[in-house]
Write a protein that binds this ligand. Structure first.
Ligand code: HEC
Length: 138
């Protein structure tokens, strides 16, 4: 009988240890994981980021400002099957305008504030650019 009792206590203690571990794990993980954003949400977020992150001050949809227009960028990116996110992360070379002074302007952004933007946000920006280009070609 005593053995059974000790066994029972042991099970209780073990269980409470496990429970502690579980909460610890959850605390460390922080916010629960979210599912991937829908296509529409990406466009919405990308649109907001395109102005919030000042891309819009240099890139208009259809006309050249300080940088090439979104339509011109997309024209070259589509033709080369190139990846905007890779460029914004500094992992691929410029292919739209390779004039040194122009590249330097955009490179400053890549080395600066773009480092602080998450992959999900960069992905949203790229989705938005593709979307805007599709709309203006209709
Ligand atoms: C201060 C002006 C400026 C801002 C702000 C700016 N850009 Fe640019 N961007 C340029 C210039 C100039 C070029 C042309 C040089 C080049 O192609 O790299 C360029 C080129 C690009 C290209 C084409 C790169 C290639 O392959 O040649 C992409 C894509 C791009 N910008 C995206 C963005 C996004 C997204 C943002 C906002 C997060 C942004 N830019 C903010 C000036 C700017």
């Amino acid at each position: 009988m005593m053995r059974l009792f000790i066994f029972f206590i042991a099970i209780l203690v073990l269980n409470s240890c496990n429970a502690d571990k579980k909460t610890e794990k959850n605390d460390k993980k922080g916010a629960p994981e979210r599912p991937e954003l829908s296509h529409d949400s990406k466009i919405f977020l990308g649109n907001r980021l395109f102005s919030e992150k000042t891309c819009i001050t240099c890139h208009a949809v259809n006309s050249k400002k300080i940088g090439p227009s979104v339509v011109d960028i997309m024209h070259v990116y589509k033709k080369n099957n190139a990846d905007i996110v890779a460029f914004l992360k500094g992992n691929s070379k410029p292919i739209v305008d390779s004039t040194a002074s122009q590249v330097a302007i955009m490179q400053t952004n890549i080395d600066g504030f773009l480092k602080k933007i998450t992959d999900e946000e960069l992905n949203a920006i790229a989705t938005y650019m593709i979307h805007v280009d599709e709309l203006s070609n209709k």
